[in-house]
Design a protein. Structure first.
Length: 567
């Protein structure tokens, strides 16, 4: 505390010793230094160092609404970085409050449906309630679509028309208009996702009844027509073929990951049958089961001799011009014959097998592999390392050709084991190595894109930090000027010894004898003056008080001399 009192007293003495102009200039410089430093630290702490809502991207419509809310709240220290807003981390609460007060906060999933449900009341009719829920559902779908990668904004419209007549289903159709970010069109792979999303959210809507419009690419992915021919993306053969191709290429690319720069292209032909069912019946003749037994009985009676009254019987008696036989002549005989026949019918045993096979499976797969030519040089250098202290040798063309032949065969055999083995027309297996083609290519080194130069980087940095640099320079100049003013303050002039004129000769002799002592004290006073300047010694006021205590008469004479000089 004593040090602070001394410092304040010294500054007070220094300020009083300045001229009025110097006092005004020093005060202005001090104010400029304080304001500059305050502005510098304020700008440094309030700079745009964070993103609003954790870096969430906003659409152009949302951005316009949010900027209007910021303008109403008087917030202008923000910057727009693409679809995000950079603000000061210390002022996030103010920005969020401005958005909440103006109702400009971005919508979240479920907000539209919740608002529609809250707005419903018993006084609203069913038609109005259905219309409110329909609009809310459309807004929810638009919000979900905008969250997809690469989509800036989207509009969803759907309608349901009841078919005339009893028992006929209603017809529901929908259209989705999509605008992508940047200049890239909508990827075709996202079209099925959009259709599935919209169809699943609307009851009775089929994915092939959803039309997707690419506003940026100027293309329409129409829904299925009455002929049943829709977009190529809806073709199951094409979709399954692409999936098998990507799977095959990824598998082979992983297997050849030791080859830098390798490219793999696969072509997959599928079986065109969507579904295959096989039913097979087998008959086993060795095992049979009796199913029916049939029995037949045949009985015959025969009479012989010529003594009977009936005459001769049989076929001979019916012949023409046959001799007549007298009745009652000769003897007679009779015999009975009986036959029994049994037949058994057997049914053979058989088995039935039913098999269902998946359709659209790979039928034939061909692969093209391209290897950079410098890969064979790397293999040669690995096999022939350069001894320490020697210059690397260049490979011989014949050696490179041999290495290329060996590596190509290894790669072809390796890839052939990763693809299915096809069969020919008669069902015989085909060598899979004949379906793999390995080629080489030479790398073409493209020129590197030159980055920003040092001058451009410096100019960009200066354009962003010129205010900070200006404040620093102004503060330094103010401090230098203040130091120069302080150093230019003249020292207090030595007061003439007015007492020597009135002193007697005796007193002069006494003073002369004390001159030596005064010189010693003056020598001691110089270090005290130096200490006083650097702020470690006593102030002028304290020295004057000490002098009055020690020699009041001498202090009165000095004051009297100062007053006389002033008059």
């Amino acid at each position: 505390m004593d040090v602070m009192n001394r410092l304040v007293a010294q500054l007070n003495d220094l300020f009083k010793s300045m001229s009025p102009g110097a006092r005004i200039t020093a005060g202005l410089l001090l104010v400029a230094v304080v304001v500059s430093l305050g502005y510098l630290f304020n700008v440094q702490s309030a700079g745009a160092d964070a993103y609003l809502l954790n870096g969430q991207s906003f659409t152009s419509d949302e951005m316009s609404t949010m900027e209007a809310a910021f303008g109403k709240a008087g917030l202008s220290d923000y910057t727009i970085d693409g679809g995000r807003i950079r603000i000061s981390k210390s002022r996030q609460a103010a920005y969020l409050a401005a958005l909440a007060d103006d109702g400009a906060l971005p919508a979240r999933f479920g907000d539209y449906m919740t608002a529609a449900a809250d707005a419903s009341n018993p006084l609203i009719g069913r038609t109005e309630r259905d219309a409110m829920m329909k609009i809310a559902k459309q807004n929810e779908l638009q919000l979900v679509l905008r969250s997809m990668q690469g989509i800036e904004t989207a509009a969803v419209h759907y309608d349901t028309q009841k078919s005339p007549g009893f028992g006929r289903p209603a017809v529901t159709t929908a259209s989705v208009s999509v605008k992508t970010r940047g200049s890239q069109p909508l990827p075709e792979s996202q079209v099925p996702m959009i259709r599935s999303l919209v169809a699943a959210a609307i009851a009775g809507l089929q994915p092939d009844s959803v039309t997707v419009i690419d506003l940026k690419g100027g293309r329409a992915y129409a829904a299925g027509t009455s002929s049943g021919i829709g977009s190529a993306l809806d073709d199951p053969y094409l979709s399954r073929m692409r999936e098998y191709q990507h799977l095959t290429e990824a598998k082979i690319r992983d297997a050849l990951s030791h080859v830098p720069g390798v490219t793999v292209t696969a072509n997959v032909e599928l079986d065109r049958e969507l579904k295959k069912s096989i039913e097979e019946r087998k008959v086993d003749p060795k095992t049979s089961t009796p199913t029916m037994t049939k029995t037949e009985e045949d009985t015959a009676t025969q009479v012989g001799g010529n003594g009977g009254a009936g005459g001769r019987t049989g076929l001979a008696a019916q012949q023409p011009n046959a001799p007549a036989t007298l009745a009652g002549s000769g003897s007679s005989s009779q015999s009975d014959t009986s036959k029994t026949k049994n037949e058994t019918y057997f049914a053979p045993s058989f088995g039935q097998t039913s098999t269902q096979l998946a359709g659209l499976t790979p039928k034939r797969t061909t692969v093209a592999v391209a290897i950079p030519s410098d890969y064979f040089e790397q293999v040669w250098f690995q096999r022939n390392p350069t001894p320490a202290g020697q210059d690397p040798k260049k490979p011989d063309p014949a050696d490179l050709t041999q290495i290329q032949t060996e590596e190509t065969k290894k790669i072809r055999d390796h890839v052939a084991n990763l693809i299915p083995t096809p069969t020919d027309a008669v069902g015989a297996p085909v060598d899979p190595t004949s379906l793999v083609t390995v080629t080489t290519f030479s790398r073409i080194s493209l020129p590197e894109i030159a980055g920003p130069s040092l001058v451009d980087t410096a100019l960009q940095w200066l354009s962003q930090s010129w205010s900070t640099l200006a404040m620093i320079v102004l503060a330094l100049v103010a401090l230098m000027m203040l130091r120069s003013f302080v150093a230019a303050v003249p020292n207090a002039p030595e007061m003439p010894n007015v007492m020597s004129a009135t002193m007697s000769n005796d007193e002069e002799d006494e003073r002369s004898t004390a001159a030596a002592g005064n010189a010693k004290e003056a020598a001691k006073a110089k270090p005290r003056s130096l200490q006083r300047k650097i702020g470690t010694g006593p102030s002028l006021r304290e020295e004057l008080i000490d002098m009055v205590r020690e020699d009041p008469e001498a202090a009165a004479n000095v004051l009297r001399g100062w007053i006389g000089n002033a008059t």
